[in-house]
Design a protein around this ligand. Structure first.
Ligand code: AMP
Length: 385
């Protein structure tokens, strides 16, 4: 490895975006002696509360972007929708962007991402693009129903998606997502949803945390368990897909591959996230090296850490809805042994907003899942005080 590419602590890591992913990166990186600057339009953000410096400016304020970039050793993203111009400014300033602008460009838009995956020979759900009403009719004729219409520009957590149960609903669905450029995908009657969170170093080294099983509610991740209870051949195939994606995209950093496992045992890639992922939060407690420490290591050119899984684990998201009846009963949740609490420091607990998560470790994945579900249910118990 070229020593000039290594950025040892106390180098400054610059993060675009300021949510919980940046916050958990900041916690891991600061423990290693790195400094963190964060850039977003928000003040007192989840990342900003932990960072050494919080810059509040619009993402398209390129003077502010340039000023920010000049003061950091490496740029990374926790919110990839802002990547193109930022990557350009960073390149002009000679500051590395990891993962690189090309990764962000590909994964920023569903159609580009799907086309890349298909061209790379990787398995994806059948899809067609839709920019006009005529294309919509052609797409529905080609893909059939049931199908899912998604905006091409990334929504997140199921935003910008509409299900189509029969062809006559196609136009209504397109109207529901604002007649924007879209992608029509056939609906996968999946057996399970899986993800592989993986990392690739500057020297091409590869590390992964095995296969994680995910359950969604209303399109938002609800519960993750690891290791996923799948046939070892499926697990090997899932990891091989992730390895191929990271290598073909020439990723430096962490990337998550979300997949469906269908009833015939086939894996289909649903989407890529070029950063740590909600399903990998359980690596903080369950693994020798968390996805966040690994991100810091990878983007700073350090050797990747061991991803050995210490114990089976489960993670449950805490959405803003939990606050509807007042402050959740933290003491009751934490009375469940083996349960850890993570709160992201967000001010307003809106419905559907990710406010934090719980992780439980146990001897088996079933026990870990039972504990985390029990702890989350306990949050709604009346408080003793
Ligand atoms: P996405 O925003 O693409 O990750 O979608 C969020 C969730 O919606 C996924 O995790 C699935 O639970 C569901 N979903 C998305 N696309 C499909 C599909 N083609 N077939 C079945 N379920 C889907």
């Amino acid at each position: 490895m070229n020593h000039k590419t290594i950025l040892p602590p106390p180098a400054v890591i610059g993060v675009f975006g300021s949510g919980q992913l940046g916050r958990m990166l900041a916690l891991a990186a600061r423990r290693m002696g790195y400094r963190i600057h964060t850039f977003s339009p928000e003040r007192h953000s989840p990342t900003g509360q932990i960072a050494d410096r919080e810059v509040c400016a619009a993402y398209d304020d390129l003077d502010a972007v340039r000023d920010f970039v000049r003061q950091v050793a490496v740029v990374t993203f926790e919110f990839e929708n802002v990547a193109a111009e930022v990557a350009q400014v960073a390149a002009e300033e000679g500051v590395p962007v990891r993962p690189g602008g090309h990764v962000l460009h590909t994964t920023q838009q569903r159609l580009r991402e799907k086309r890349f995956l298909a061209a790379a020979g990787l398995p994806v759900t059948p899809f067609a693009d839709v920019t006009t009403e005529a294309e919509l009719s052609a797409a529905i004729a080609q893909i059939g129903a049931p199908a899912v219409l998604k905006t091409a520009a990334f929504g997140y957590d199921g935003k910008g998606q509409a299900r189509i149960d029969d062809a006559t609903q196609a136009l209504t669905a397109w109207e529901a997502i604002g007649r924007q450029e879209a992608i029509l995908e056939s609906f996968v009657d999946f057996e399970r949803e899986l993800s592989v969170v993986a990392a690739r170093g500057l020297d091409g080294s590869f590390a992964h945390w095995g296969v994680i099983e995910n359950a969604h509610r209303h399109h938002i991740l609800d519960l993750s368990t690891a290791p996923a209870a799948v046939d070892p051949r499926v697990a090997d195939a899932a990891v091989a897909l992730a390895r191929s994606v990271l290598a073909q995209l020439d990723v430096v950093g962490v990337l998550c591959v979300e997949m469906f496992l269908d009833h015939r045992g086939r894996l289909l890639i649903n989407e890529l996230a070029p950063r740590p992922h909600n399903s990998g939060h359980l690596t903080i407690e369950a693994s020798a090296t968390s996805q966040f420490e690994q991100q810091a290591r990878a983007i700073c050119g350090l050797p990747l850490g061991s991803t050995e899984m210490l114990r089976p684990a489960a993670m449950a998201n805490l959405l803003g809805d939990l606050w509807e009846q007042g402050e959740p009963n933290w003491a009751a949740a934490l009375a469940v042994s083996g349960v850890k609490l993570h709160l992201y420091g967000k001010q307003a607990p809106r419905g559907g907003r990710k406010m934090g998560h719980l992780t439980a470790l146990a001897g088996t994945i079933e026990d870990a899942r039972a504990k985390v579900v029990q702890a989350r249910a306990a949050l709604s118990e009346a408080s003793a005080i």
